[in-house]
Design a protein around this ligand. Structure first.
Ligand SMILES: Nc1ncnc2c1ncn2[C@@H]1O[C@H](COP(=O)(O)OP(=O)(O)OP(=O)(O)O)[C@@H](O)[C@H]1O
Ligand SMILES: [Mg+2]
Length: 266
């Protein structure tokens, strides 16, 4: 069960330049692949293309091939794709359905639309709320939450879908370290259950924790890729507008000061 992008390019409607060029990417079962890059590098665009929303609902023109579990998805309508791939948006308020009155209904909305039995919907919803420690928000109005709370609610809605492929665009942008940790744990647990997950993030601490492989984008192209540990320790990262994770920065600072980094561990 794999999501594969082969030589994929994409141009928004009315744009004179493509926003993605020659993207090759493979996302296998149980794998978390990270996407980093400066602002406007193309992270969101790659998420939209990988989830099938571009061009289906966004418009624009796509080139190359996208395969889902070996099958070319070119002709698949969005409703068929959305049963297989879920996407979390950069701005959580975009994710919220705008039609529900409580957080519980909001998180239940997706599984309900898939026509799951009532008891399953309820069980999945409580479980997703619990995983992100937002059980106590269940009766709140999703429109009247902080950005960070909305981001957790949006993430819970995705967890409740139990997708086999998940695309997340900056899932922790509005979260503090505690919220980020909950999302990291949820991503890891979903992957351990066999989901393949693409995560675009500026916060490389999150990627250092969850990603097994990574690509770094610049001007719509992959300019760096490989095992996450190698990419996150690559000296070129800074020129590409991406800051190294704190563990890497700490180690470098220690080295520069002549301190054996191993001794920092105690
Ligand atoms: N709807 C659109 N129409 C035309 N061009 C767009 C559209 N959305 C994005 N772009 C362009 O595509 C390029 C990539 O943008 P994208 O939003 O994918 O970057 P990003 O890496 O997600 O940036 P950020 O870190 O700011 O979220 C940019 O040059 C941007 O101006
Ligand atoms: Mg973006």
């Amino acid at each position: 069960m794999t999501l594969t992008l082969q030589a994929v390019g994409y141009r928004y409607a009315g744009a004179d330049q493509p926003s993605l060029l020659e993207i090759d990417l493979e996302l296998r079962d149980g794998e978390v692949v990270g996407v980093a890059g400066a602002s406007e590098a193309g992270k969101t665009t790659l998420c939209l293309v990988a989830s099938g929303l571009a061009p289906r609902t966004v418009g624009g023109r796509i080139r190359g091939t996208i395969l889902l579990d070996g099958e070319n998805v070119d002709a698949w309508p969005m409703h068929r794709l959305s049963g297989r791939i879920a996407m979390g948006f950069q701005n959580p308020s975009t994710q919220l359905s705008q039609v529900t009155g409580t957080v519980f209904e909001e998180v239940a909305f997706g599984p309900m639309n898939f026509g799951l039995p009532h008891d399953d919907v309820v069980a999945r919803t409580w479980q997703a709320l619990h995983t992100l420690r937002i059980d106590d928000l269940a009766e709140r109005n999703p429109q009247r939450l902080s950005g960070g709370q909305q981001q957790l609610v949006a993430m819970a809605g995705l967890l409740a879908l139990r997708p086999s492929h998940l695309v997340l665009d900056e899932p922790t942008a509005q979260l503090d370290p505690a919220g980020t940790r909950l999302v990291a744990d949820a991503i890891a647990a979903l992957a351990a259950d066999g989901a393949s997950i693409l995560v675009a993030e500026q916060k490389t601490d999150l990627l250092a924790e969850v990603a097994i492989r990574m690509v770094v984008l610049a001007e719509g192209r992959v300019v760096l890729q490989g095992p996450a540990a190698d990419v996150l320790d690559d000296a070129r990262l800074i020129e590409l507008g991406v800051s190294a994770p704190s563990a890497v920065r700490l180690r470098r600072a220690a080295e520069a000061a002549g301190i054996d980094p191993e001794r920092l561990r105690d």
